[in-house]
Design a protein around this ligand. Structure first.
Ligand SMILES: *Cc1c(COP(=O)(O)O)cnc(C)c1O
Length: 407
């Protein structure tokens, strides 16, 4: 056994604890066939489901809420298997798998809000969720407003209106990494009969949304869950029968479905999530600390570092960290200088998204749209996603790119 430093333990122990669940979830020894079978469930492609009798077909009433396969557009066996596994990982009562992470954000908004209602979103919410709220929700008579990502829950109360029905938060925000006090926010929301939605993509497996009072948890499975940058997929998990019926009815009404191939791949990806993230989280911590010591860097926004907003909440509520964080450069450094560094890197590919096995870098200047001034972004910034490469190789790559400023 390798001995970890306290910091390494803090970012990785949740992944280690999750590993057995991830490998075994959905596999039942008692249901194995005597003829034996493959480890992974087969891929089921289909549209029509056929029955031996009319009465058997009529007996399926109500089964749309029970992850049964009734019609291709209502989900395949692979989708339903993934739904059960995601419910084990997130907690809650039921999961709906959807065609993308963005759909996982938009589907519950459509399900839970009606004309005349108000939806309050955190300023650091995933950008396309903001775009959907502005471009679509408003057209249907839903009021939209935002609260700053760096205020206390007592201050958030001032943004609540009599018609507020949903608060949609993200913790940490995927560019500036502010951690939110989810238990306190859930109490506030419930006092006002408001549903609390959380985009939990960064915290998959290491933040248990329903233990902290969340009503609807959203996952972009595209990211760490799949882990191989070869599909888009999302999950919405809820925690009560009424919420499940509302969500499921809306998904069916919209014809929302995820392809069986994507579900099969995502389930395969999930099996190795624990081992991947155990390594990626420790590697990211070392690289974040190395970056913190470079004279050109003003601050590193990584929840495991004390320079991150809400670091103590992260220590209290999370059992690990992911491998995504942001570098903010000193204010005298020009964006073009940062671009020069980015383009000199060999191991960090330039690209958005994250969660695969490969390291990525993204210049975020001008990319993130905020309604409130952000105190953390005092200079040019870029976001790093740390993959499964050797940590020292990644540091060497960064070091040689940074060295153009020092010769
Ligand atoms: C990527 C992402 C999404 C959207 O996922 P897609 O599958 O790309 O649509 C939603 N929320 C967060 C936080 C994300 O990073």
């Amino acid at each position: 056994m390798v001995t970890l430093s306290p910091d390494e333990y803090a970012v990785s122990h949740g992944w280690k604890e999750l590993s057995t669940l991830l490998v075994t979830a959905g596999r039942h020894k008692e249901s194995l066939s005597d003829q034996g079978q493959f480890v992974n469930d087969p891929l089921h492609r289909g549209s029509t489901v056929i029955y031996p009798s009319v009465s058997a077909m009529r007996n399926t009433e109500g089964q749309q809420y029970q992850h049964h396969t009734l019609y291709g557009a209502m989900g395949s066996p692979n989708q339903h298997e993934l739904e059960k596994v995601m419910t084990l990982i997130e907690g809650g009562s039921h999961t709906q798998i959807v065609s993308s992470g963005l759909t996982a954000c938009t589907l519950p908004l459509l399900a839970f809000l009606s004309s005349g209602d108000h939806c309050l979103l955190i300023d650091s919410i995933y950008g396309p969720t903001k775009r959907f709220s502005e471009k679509v929700m408003k057209r249907f008579g839903i009021e939209i407003s935002y609260y700053p990502a760096d205020i206390t829950v007592a201050e958030i109360e001032r943004y609540i209106q009599p018609n507020t029905k949903v608060i949609f938060t993200e913790s940490p925000g995927s560019h500036t990494f502010e951690i939110q006090d989810i238990p306190a926010l859930a109490r506030l929301a419930h006092q006002h009969h408001i549903k609390l939605f959380l985009d939990n993509t960064w915290g998959i497996g290491i933040f248990k949304p329903f233990e902290h009072g969340v009503d609807v948890s959203v996952q972009a499975l595209t990211k760490y869950a799949n882990g191989h940058s070869d599909l888009v997929l999302g999950a919405v998990t809820v925690n009560s029968d009424p919420d499940w019926h509302l969500l499921r009815d809306t998904a069916i009404a919209l014809g929302e479905v995820a392809g069986p191939d994507a579900c099969w791949l995502a389930l395969r990806g999930l099996r190795t999530l624990g081992a991947r993230l155990e390594q990626q989280s420790i590697s990211a911590l070392h690289i974040a600390k190395w970056c913190q010591n470079q004279p050109e860097i003003e601050r590193v926004l990584h929840p495991a570092l004390s320079s991150c907003y809400g670091h103590n909440l992260w220590k209290r509520d999370f059992s690990g960290a992911s491998s995504l964080f942001t570098l903010v450069f000193k204010s005298h450094i020009q964006t073009q200088q940062v671009i020069n560094i980015i383009e000199r890197l060999n191991l960090f590919a330039i690209g958005a998204s994250w969660g695969g096995y490969e390291s990525l870098i993204l210049l975020t200047d001008g990319e993130i749209y905020r309604n409130f001034p952000n105190q953390l972004l005092t200079g040019s910034a870029c976001r790093l996603h740390i993959g499964l490469e050797n940590t020292q190789d990644l540091i060497d790559d960064l070091n040689s790119a940074f060295s153009i400023w020092r010769s």
